[in-house]
Design a protein around this ligand. Structure first.
Ligand SMILES: Nc1ncnc2c1ncn2[C@@H]1O[C@H](COP(=O)(O)OP(=O)(O)OP(=O)(O)O)[C@@H](O)[C@H]1O
Length: 341
């Protein structure tokens, strides 16, 4: 669906050349929800602007549905860009137009006749859950409702790709969840390919199928969301994963527990997918003479299945503990000893 090949963008700043996107190769499948995560300055916005043809690459190519958008111009490019739509962090709505008129706007531009426009707007208003608010102005809407207008407007001309630029960063956690749910719903119902950029790992966790991690203009890690959560490789990915799985509280708890139980081992277990529903802990205690104290645990649900972490204090002889850990590893549960007692 989307093929980025050796894509680079170099800006000529007053102080010399700055490589914002550096030799990126990516392949995004039709119907996929693909996340790109990185800290500020990583090159995410530049990459997304290259994707919708707003920026020309310094080298490399962007192919969308078999069409190399870096090689076309004028009306051909405008047509190709209609297939790629976008929603924004600050919604970018027309403030003097109502909900209905905002959604209608791209249809007007595309030359759709009035009667068809009305029917399409009605359909979109229902799709994004704004029925009854058609005649409100953006200033009368909540942040979540504004983003719903943004989504409806982006979908008006039936795009094949929806680009989301930090689309939930200005929203509170509950509203964020409802907008993310809407995006998943649209992806399933319309088979729309969604590419989103964010600096928040919980957004990736909640809705993405695959994720690319960007740092310094490069993609430093790429994979299935569950796999990246289970075994992040790059240092930066580990930090992003920790945003979702390690709370300050748990770090504090572990520190306190080390003080309280200086004799035990603290072990972090990582469960993935079906394992989160298996009674592995029960089996462990039945099979091995170790004492187990649960320190902290959580399960995070991703689009690709569940991901759980559990911190245990294990007491027993070194031999018993190492056998218990070997059993867990044999059950494909990852273990990491967090203290040496
Ligand atoms: N038009 C431009 N001219 C010069 N430098 C630019 C331009 N656009 C972006 N940059 C630089 O390119 C680098 C990547 O910026 P980009 O906005 O793509 O990163 P980002 O990951 O989206 O970060 P943010 O979330 O802060 O926007 C930054 O160092 C930025 O200053």
């Amino acid at each position: 669906m989307i093929e980025l090949k050796k894509l680079s963008k170099v800006f000529d700043t007053g102080k010399g050349a700055l490589t914002a996107v550096d030799d990126v190769d990516l392949s995004i499948a039709a119907g996929e929800i693909f996340g790109i995560i990185g800290y500020s300055g990583a090159g995410k916005s530049t990459l997304i602007r290259l994707l919708n043809g707003l920026e020309k690459p310094s080298s490399g190519s962007v192919v969308i549905n078999g069409q190399n958008i870096t090689a076309i111009k004028g009306s051909e490019l405008r047509k190709a860009r209609q297939k790629v739509s976008m929603i924004f962090q600050h919604f970018n709505l027309l403030w003097s137009r109502t909900v209905k008129e905002n959604i209608e706007f791209p249809l007007e531009i595309a030359g759709v006749p009035k009667n068809k426009r009305d029917a399409r707007v009605l359909e979109l208003v229902e799709l994004v859950g704004l029925k009854g608010r058609e005649n409100a102005y953006p200033s009368q809407l909540s942040g979540g409702q504004k983003q719903r207008v943004g989504i409806a407007r982006a979908l008006a001309n039936e795009p094949e790709v929806l680009l989301c630029d930090e689309a939930t960063s200005a929203l509170d956690p509950q509203t964020t969840d409802s907008i993310l749910e809407l995006l998943v719903d649209i992806n399933k119902r319309l088979g729309l390919t969604i590419v989103l950029i964010t600096h928040e790992m919980h957004v990736i966790r909640k809705i993405c199928h695959r994720v690319a991690v960007m740092e310094g203009g490069r993609v430093v890690e790429l994979g299935d969301v569950l796999q990246v959560f289970q075994s992040p490789k790059a240092e930066i990915t580990k930090r992003f994963v920790a945003q979702v799985t390690d709370t300050e509280d748990s770090q504090e708890t572990i520190k306190n527990l080390r003080k309280l139980y200086p004799t035990g081992e603290l072990v972090k277990l990582v469960f993935v997918g079906d394992q989160t529903e298996q009674p592995i802990l029960t089996q462990l205690i039945r099979k091995y003479p170790v004492d187990v104290n649960i320190v902290q645990g959580n399960i995070a649900h991703t689009q690709r299945g569940a991901y759980g972490t559990l911190v245990l204090q294990m007491k027993g002889s070194a031999q018993e503990i190492s056998e218990a850990l070997a059993y867990l590893n044999a059950e494909s549960v990852q273990t990491e000893v967090m203290s040496n007692g």
